[in-house]
Design a protein around this ligand. Structure first.
Ligand SMILES: Cc1ncc(COP(=O)(O)O)c(C=O)c1O
Length: 396
């Protein structure tokens, strides 16, 4: 079947239907409604050519989840690995070699930046960190540029890149485009429809959604996935059958969860925008955001991550201490609302000057909105904000 036909078939149903039924298998042995967990690491090779070994990405549970994810991201193929960082590192090591050049947005997840400095540099892979703008990226292209690594919206300042415009500029230059779509989720953004070649997710976040599973996903055309799979076999970071099953179960409610999380985020962002303790709200769904129009045109919805700058008259630690529903935690994407200070969490290892250049201060807080009732979240945040104002004495 042609790639286009396959993608068309995968995307034919509604989103909830694809979440529930995408990739489903008929269990003819036990007639189970949910997928059996096939723990086997060995298969009768005389009966099947398809199954060999889990580390080769050939287990039935991997296949089921990959098919569901392909239906959601509208891609031809994919692999499941043991973390988001495994997805990122495997993709880069599979497609780029010493002497090649990669362009990366400055504002990517801290772990991704570290990977370039700690792993790519010693391997002789060249890279340039650039601002989140089509012009900056285009200006940084050299004749050795093999890959452009994107993240939109970015972590933590939620900048949005005009993806279609960028892809159209580099289309004829033989450059592979890769995007970390973790923050947006396949519900709120489908980069394959904007022309991006490879889509990565930390499955640890929204895809699993319950803060209990570490996993990573790479999706794209089979010609790239075959190459990535081959490297991944050598690196050895496949996802085990039980975790594949957990991920499959989580994905069945992905659309429901992400819609509720996004609706909550829109309302929380408006609440924060009006609050005197907050000097800036970074959320592309606010009409005052410089990214509002581009986000509206390329995303299905604005996502559920919000970052805000607390005024210097308020204490971020006291705010955390006074929250009762919202949990201070450094991960994101779960059904529970969490809050973190990227300075000390996701971007802890980034040099201070770089953090400040990106607008990451000790007063910058990142919220990952969960599925709770919005009134309860606003009450919780409102109380904590009212308690964290510094008194005149503490200024002294
Ligand atoms: C945007 C983004 N990409 C990738 C990762 C890495 O994912 P993992 O922790 O599953 O390796 C993270 C982790 O926080 C992230 O926020």
């Amino acid at each position: 079947m042609s790639k286009d036909k396959q993608i068309e078939e995968l995307s034919a149903n509604g989103l909830n239907t694809r979440c529930v039924h995408g990739g489903r298998i008929e269990d003819k042995t036990w007639n189970s409604v949910t997928s059996p967990i096939i723990q086997s690491t060995a298969y009768r090779y005389r009966e099947t050519e398809k199954r060999g070994y889990p580390r080769y990405f050939e287990s039935p549970n991997q296949e089921i989840v990959v098919n569901k994810l392909c239906a959601l991201e509208k891609t031809e193929s994919g692999i499941l690995v043991s973390s988001g960082m495994a997805a990122i590192s495997t993709t880069i090591l599979a497609l780029v070699k010493s002497g090649d050049h990669i362009i990366i947005q400055q504002e990517v997840y801290g772990g991704t930046s570290e990977f370039f400095s700690e792993v790519c540099r010693p391997l002789g892979i060249e890279f340039s960190f650039v601002k989140t703008s089509v012009k900056s990226i285009n200006d940084a292209i050299t004749d050795r540029t093999m890959m452009i690594f994107l993240e939109s919206p970015t972590n933590p300042t939620l900048s949005v890149l005009d993806i279609k415009n960028l892809v159209s500029l580099v289309k004829d230059k033989n450059i592979i485009t890769v995007i970390d779509n973790t923050f947006a989720t396949p519900i709120n953004q489908n980069p394959s429809q904007l022309g991006v070649d490879i889509i990565i997710h930390s499955g640890t976040k929204f895809l699993s959604g319950h803060s209990d599973l570490c996993s990573g996903v790479v999706l794209g055309p089979e010609m790239y996935i075959a190459k990535i799979k081959s490297t991944a076999r050598s690196l050895g970071g496949c996802l085990n059958a039980r975790d594949c099953y957990l991920l499959e179960r989580s994905l069945k409610t992905l659309n429901l969860r992400v819609n509720q999380q996004t609706n909550n985020a829109v309302q929380l962002a408006r609440f924060l925008f009006e609050h005197p303790a907050v000097t800036n709200v970074f959320y592309p769904g606010l009409q005052t955001s410089v990214y509002y129009s581009i986000a509206k045109s390329q995303m299905n919805n604005f996502g559920s991550m919000i970052t805000f700058q607390l005024s210097d008259d308020y204490n971020a630690d006291t705010l955390m201490d006074n929250l009762s529903l919202i949990i201070p935690a450094s991960s994101l994407g779960g059904v529970e609302t969490t809050v973190s200070i990227p300075w000390y969490a996701s971007h802890q290892k980034m040099p201070e000057d770089n953090k400040l250049e990106l607008g990451i201060t000790k007063q910058l807080l990142r919220l990952s909105t969960g599925i709770e009732n919005i009134g309860d979240l606003i009450d919780d945040l409102s109380f904590a904000l009212s308690e964290c104002r510094l008194t005149k004495q503490s200024f002294g």
